[in-house]
Design a protein. Structure first.
Ligand code: PA5
Length: 469
């Protein structure tokens, strides 16, 4: 397929019947501000860009410009592994998981359905994700499905110590050790982690696993375009050179275009004005495309984990249409007016289904494609929501391929980084997530958390047992 650009349609981002966002008094000021913030982002010169001492902008300055030889090396390891296996397990959580599923779903088709196709049709191993939850039922079902198959795995963790993927890795490794000798297990496992630190790096070195490095200057939710995403995508048969070419094109557009023509800057400014000056707290990430549902989940991670600090931040909520139109569509249309909406639209679907409507209630659609009906309904929802008081904008994706997804991620990572900075937040840290990890580690009895365990017991002792009925 030929490469085409993503468009941003923000004609409806405003208060219906009153004014467009560009007429809001705060818009001009924020537009000037965003250009300066982008200069800082590019130069890496602001304390709000750092996690500890590291400037966290590698996703912008390095990942889209990775050398072809590095991509070749990743592709070669992936090709060798994919050739030997039936099933591939990708282990990780948060940024070490969501971008991979989002890209595979969009480019190859949603995995839970694609996995059911015969191998000749898939042309790549079946893909399973572990480590994004601690649910024994889910995990045991996956292990049951892959038992007896030729298995390969990637375990991804920047810190190397996150408990969810560590548990999933322990059970996967155990399963593999029952089927293969130590040498074969080592050949079938790849680790993507820090270059030197962390428990996973230590284990990988001891066991002789091949490793790829998560760069210091790339945080989890900004890592889909670095080895975190690239290795698993290559195993799944996604063209990673096209993927990076899309990211590079979008990055160049963000750097070169004036803000009036700049997708990332405009989106950042509109989100900021909506949140600070129009009473918007929630941004729906909506799509009628089944294969983009996990992309809306990737957005749901990127935005809130980057911006949600110091009592601020837009909460991004995935919406899958038209299913949700028959559920929370009611609240979106008529509930509290604190919602904006971003649509992910696709111009050319990979496939279409003709509607044979003669003699049925949809006779008027006879001969039309389902894509026509789907687009009409999602555009109808967009218009109805706008008229009901929900400012809406749309990313218009030309098609679903690796190039387009690379572009989309690069625009969105820039947009979220910039809207976080407009809010005065550091988009590259996640102290709240660390807080959860500390409490959960204490609850599960991790050595070294004895003080937190005692504090937890004390706090629990103060709760009133009358309130359990
Ligand atoms: O964006 C982030 O930093 C997080 O969502 C991480 O990706 C997530 O917590 C997983 O961390 P790690 O890769 O260290 O296991």
């Amino acid at each position: 397929m030929s490469r085409q650009k993503i468009k941003l349609d923000y004609r409806r981002f405003g208060i219906f019947g009153r004014r467009h966002v560009t007429e809001n008094d705060a818009f001009q000021n924020a537009s000037q501000q965003v250009v300066k913030l982008h200069d800082l982002l590019l130069a890496g010169k602001d304390s709000l860009l750092k996690d500890k001492d590291v400037v966290m902008t590698g996703w912008k300055t390095d990942s889209p410009f990775v050398s072809i030889s590095k991509l070749d090396a990743i592709q070669e390891t992936a090709r060798k592994l994919a050739f030997q296996i039936d099933d591939f397990i990708s282990i990780g959580i948060g940024g070490s998981y969501l971008g991979i599923q989002s890209t595979i779903d969009a480019v190859k088709g949603s995995i839970e359905l694609t996995n059911m196709l015969p191998k000749e049709k898939r042309k790549s191993p079946r893909i399973f994700f572990l480590g994004h939850n601690m649910d024994p039922a889910y995990t045991s079902r996956v292990l049951e499905i892959i038992k007896g198959k030729e298995i390969g795995a990637v375990v991804i963790s920047k810190s190397g110590g996150t408990v969810e993927p560590a548990i999933a890795f322990a059970v996967t490794k155990n399963l593999m050790e029952k089927s293969y000798d130590a040498k074969k297990v080592a050949e079938r496992i790849v680790a993507v982690t820090d270059k030197a630190k962390g428990a996973l790096k230590k284990l990988a070195d001891e066991m002789g696993y091949q490793t790829f490095v998560v760069p210091d200057n790339v945080g989890g939710r900004f890592s889909v375009t670095c080895p975190v995403g690239l290795f698993a995508l290559a195993v799944a048969g996604v063209d990673i050179k096209e993927f990076i070419a899309g990211a590079k094109f979008a990055e160049e557009q963000v750097r070169e275009n004036r803000y009036e023509k700049n997708i990332a800057m405009l989106r950042a400014v509109m989100r900021f004005v909506a949140h600070k000056h129009m009473g918007i707290d929630i941004e729906l990430a909506s799509t009628g495309i089944y294969d983009l549902r996990s992309t809306t989940m990737w957005m749901n991670q990127l935005g809130p984990e980057s911006e949600g600090k110091n009592g601020e931040g837009l909460f991004i909520v995935p919406q899958y249409y038209t299913r949700e139109a028959h559920a929370d569509g009611q609240l979106i249309q008529q509930g509290k007016r604190n919602i904006a909406e971003l649509f992910l639209m696709v111009e050319k679907p990979g496939v279409d289904v003709t509607i044979f409507g003669k003699g049925t209630p949809v006779e008027y659609l006879d001969g039309k494609g389902m894509h026509f009906a789907n687009t009409a309904f999602v555009e109808g929802l967009r218009d109805a929501h706008y008229e009901g008081g929900v400012p809406t904008m749309s990313y218009i994706l030309p098609q679903l391929d690796a190039y387009t997804m690379g572009m989309l991620y690069q625009y969105e990572m820039n947009a979220i980084a910039l809207s976080g900075l407009l809010l005065g937040q550091n988009p590259f840290i996640q102290p709240g997530v660390q807080q959860y990890k500390n409490v959960a580690n204490a609850r599960s009895g991790k050595p070294g958390t004895e003080d937190a365990q005692a504090a937890m017991k004390q706090a629990e002792g103060k709760l009133n047992s009358r309130f359990i009925i």
